[in-house]
Design a protein around this ligand. Structure first.
Ligand code: GLN
Length: 265
């Protein structure tokens, strides 16, 4: 069911986030611990997006091969540092193509997006939602996959001015309504805000004094990793102070949501 990871914090080598961890994303490509019935390995490609400064679009690297086979990426990851990263390893859903452009992260401008899961009833279940998108968006999808369509739906809302939080929540709720039993763990960042949903799939948070990691699975057995409950929205920001908010997904009321919860520092 794919695995993904987002990081905000001091600049660190990509290898330190992905490869040099006992159960990090690299290891999760061949030995994931929590696939919840959706495949056994994540060997249908991978992608990494990282920011080089506060204004440029991120650099994105994608391949349709298992991460462990790409020795060139291992060298790049050891020599490249970033303060904001979104990475994913793919396990293609049956019937969906194994191709570089189907690998997350998907990107536009400063945005990076990943989907961990599956849209049930694809493609018919979401045809109505797709029909509301501009035709150009549909004929230029990165790939004919559920994840690429989810990105088009999220991107459409971002272009209209929605925040990361608003866009992820709206798309998870609307897709969940027409495709029940979907797995919709979404992750989105602009290098400043890191937002993610849990929708019938795993996600954990590791909060440091000046960093935040969101990952499908913990990269080690540090007891500081906190699992996120199901049907939740996580929003992490470092500025003005490190902050991680977790709240239930769904329409918000005018008052403060009583279930709104902040992870302890
Ligand atoms: N369904 C998506 C794809 O095939 C995501 C894969 C996954 O999470 N297993 O690309």
């Amino acid at each position: 069911m794919c695995r993904h990871l987002g990081y905000l914090g001091p600049a660190v080598p990509l290898a330190g986030l992905l490869a040099d961890r006992p159960t990090g994303l690299l290891r999760q490509t061949w030995a994931p611990a929590d696939m919840r019935g959706g495949g056994t390995v994540n060997a249908d490609g991978f992608g990494v997006g990282w920011y080089t400064d506060d204004t440029s679009p991120p650099v994105r690297y994608r391949r349709a091969v298992p991460m462990w086979t790409d020795a060139s990426f291992a060298a790049v990851a050891a020599a490249t540092s970033s303060h904001a990263v979104l990475a994913a390893a793919r396990s293609a859903t049956v019937g969906m193509p194994v191709t570089e452009t189907a690998c997350a992260p998907f990107t536009e401008g400063r945005w990076l997006f990943s989907h961990n899961g599956v849209v049930t009833g694809w493609p018919g279940s979401v045809a109505g939602l797709a029909a509301a998108l501009p035709t150009v968006d549909l004929i230029t999808l990165d790939a004919p996959t559920d994840s690429a369509l989810l990105w088009a739906l999220v991107r459409h809302r971002l272009r209209a001015g929605a925040s990361a939080e608003e866009a992820l929540e709206a798309v998870a709720v609307e897709v969940g309504a027409v495709a029940p039993d979907s797995r919709l763990n979404l992750m989105l960042t602009d290098g400043v805000t890191l937002a993610a949903t849990t929708w019938w799939h795993s996600l954990s948070v590791l909060r440091g004094p000046d960093s935040v990691v969101l990952a499908s699975e913990p990269w080690d057995d540090d007891p500081q990793w906190t699992p996120v409950g199901d049907r939740a929205l996580v929003v992490a920001e470092l500025h003005p102070t490190p902050d991680v908010r977790v709240r239930p997904l769904g329409p918000r009321t005018a008052e403060k949501d009583p279930a709104d919860d902040r992870l302890p520092a």
